[in-house]
Unconditional design. Structure first.
Length: 247
């Protein structure tokens, strides 16, 4: 069983009960206790679980994901500012990935007229791609209907064979200690792989996302993987090299 599948099983167990013992995970995944400990340590490092004494773990409780209908009209002014700025970072001929979120949706119209190809797993972006005649590739896979996102092995296999000039990925939560997070483990896994396959990495989010953690951390903010947000966000001066603040 591959690590991705084991971690998914562990997190599913933790969503079903408050505390899970390592022996339970061992029996469920059919691997050694040493492998279980490594998987749990990885999840703890990502800020997704807390390791307890006595050989047990529990889920770190974070903010819940809103539905697409709820998110699409939230903070539209900030999202538009971010979308317009992000488009200025995209050059002709580039092969880019944009995440499936509502902030990313505001990028698309500003790419009109550019010779770019956009890859995404955001199903609801299709209307914008057609409207503004943007060259695009929609990943295949299983559709999460509540958030209109495509996930699963098919999407992962496609991304594994792609090389992106840049990626722009939104998040449900953004903090400087735990990192950039989302509410769905399969979305998180695709995001991790996209980041690995990208020359330049940018995370995007309006000011309301900062200081919040969602369930699954998929990356850390640093000088090579910058955060783009607006000046409404309260960001310490010490993080100036990791953050692009726009008006």
């Amino acid at each position: 069983m591959i690590p991705y599948t084991r971690r998914k099983i562990i997190l599913e167990l933790l969503h079903s009960k408050e505390i899970v013992y390592l022996d339970e995970i061992k029996n469920k995944t059919n691997v050694s206790i040493a492998t279980v400990r490594r998987d749990v340590k990885t999840l703890a490092t990502e800020g997704q679980v807390e390791i307890l004494s006595g050989g047990a773990v529990k889920l770190v409780i974070n903010i819940a994901e809103k539905s697409l209908e709820e998110k699409i009209n939230l903070n539209k002014e900030e999202k538009e500012i971010i979308g317009r700025y992000v488009a200025t970072l995209v050059g002709d001929g580039q092969f880019i990935f944009i995440g499936p979120g509502t902030t990313e949706n505001h990028i698309i119209k500003h790419l009109k007229g550019k010779n770019v190809t956009v890859v995404t797993n955001g199903a609801f972006h299709i209307t914008e791609f057609i409207k503004y005649k943007i060259n695009s590739i929609l990943l295949g896979g299983n559709l999460l209907t509540d958030i209109a996102v495509l996930v699963g092995p098919t999407a992962m296999n496609q991304v594994a064979n792609m090389n992106f000039d840049k990626c722009f990925i939104g998040a449900s939560g953004i903090t400087f200690d735990r990192g950039v997070s989302t509410s769905n483990i399969e979305v998180a896994e695709i995001n991790r792989l996209v980041i690995e396959r990208s020359e330049e990495v940018y995370f995007i989010g309006d000011s309301t996302k900062l200081g919040k953690n969602s369930r699954y951390t998929f990356a850390q903010i640093n000088e090579e993987q910058k955060l783009i947000t607006t000046k409404k966000a309260h960001v310490k001066a010490s993080y100036a090299k990791e953050v692009i603040l726009i008006d």
